[in-house]
Write a protein that binds this ligand. Structure first.
Ligand code: 5GP
Length: 207
């Protein structure tokens, strides 16, 4: 029986907009959606686990992977390198699984250049004041990195026009609900249901 390909969901937005919290809530609700675990050269924060939150690599290990073309995309963000491992993502999509990439804007633009299949979602904060407060409340940033993240948030919002959808994170529940609706609509797109059409043509029930 032919399968429809999974949907590649690319989620980005400024630091503090709440991408991480939204992705976590979405994944808790939908065990069939897979989160791609990125590699990074930044130090682990309290409670972060290698292989779950990130693959924590040193700069040499990271650059070796760049040389070996192991990343679907990679970018330098706030002085550290981050990359999406290639292996897995394509396999998961081909087997019909939906995959989320929670990556920065430069990375999202690279994915957009390299593949035609992503659904690009930009997460917005309800206000810039709220965004600032969220970055401060996180408590894990030095004053310099806090300023850097806040300043780039202003610039990053200009890239919204490159995305397919914008979701305001007023509450996590609302934001998750909107992403669920986007995903449901995307799954009905004619170019995504080739497996279903093939099965119908061959007389196989889709259920
Ligand atoms: P953090 O250090 O707060 O975990 O992440 C900093 C930024 O890096 C966030 O905007 C996050 O989305 C982004 N990021 C995480 N993983 C990747 C990745 O694999 N590629 C790119 N381009 N950005 C990433």
């Amino acid at each position: 029986m032919a399968k429809n390909k999974g949907v590649l969901i690319v989620i980005s937005g400024p630091s503090g907009a709440g991408k991480g919290t939204i992705c976590k809530a979405l994944l808790e609700k939908h065990k069939d959606i897979h989160l791609s675990v990125s590699a990074t050269t930044r130090n682990p924060r309290q409670g972060e686990v290698h292989g779950i939150n990130y693959y924590f690599l040193n700069k040499d290990e990271f650059l070796k992977k760049v040389e070996e073309d192991d990343f679907l995309e990679w970018a330098e963000v706030y002085g550290n390198c981050y990359g999406t491992p290639k292996s897995n993502v394509q396999e998961l999509l081909d087997s019909g699984k939906d995959v989320i990439l929670e990556i920065d804007i430069q990375g999202a633009l690279k994915v957009k250049e390299n593949t035609e299949e992503g659904v690009f979602i930009f997460i917005l904060p309800p206000s810039m004041e709220e965004l600032k407060q969220r970055i401060i409340n996180r408590g894990s940033e030095t004053p310099e990195s806090l300023m850097r993240r806040f300043n780039s948030a202003y610039q990053e919002i200009n890239y919204i026009s490159k995305y397919n959808y914008a979701v305001v994170n007023d509450t996590v529940e609302n934001a998750v609900n909107k992403i669920e609706n986007i995903l449901a609509a995307e799954k009905c797109r004619v170019d995504r249901i080739q497996g279903t059409i093939l099965n119908l043509e061959e007389g196989i029930s889709h259920e």
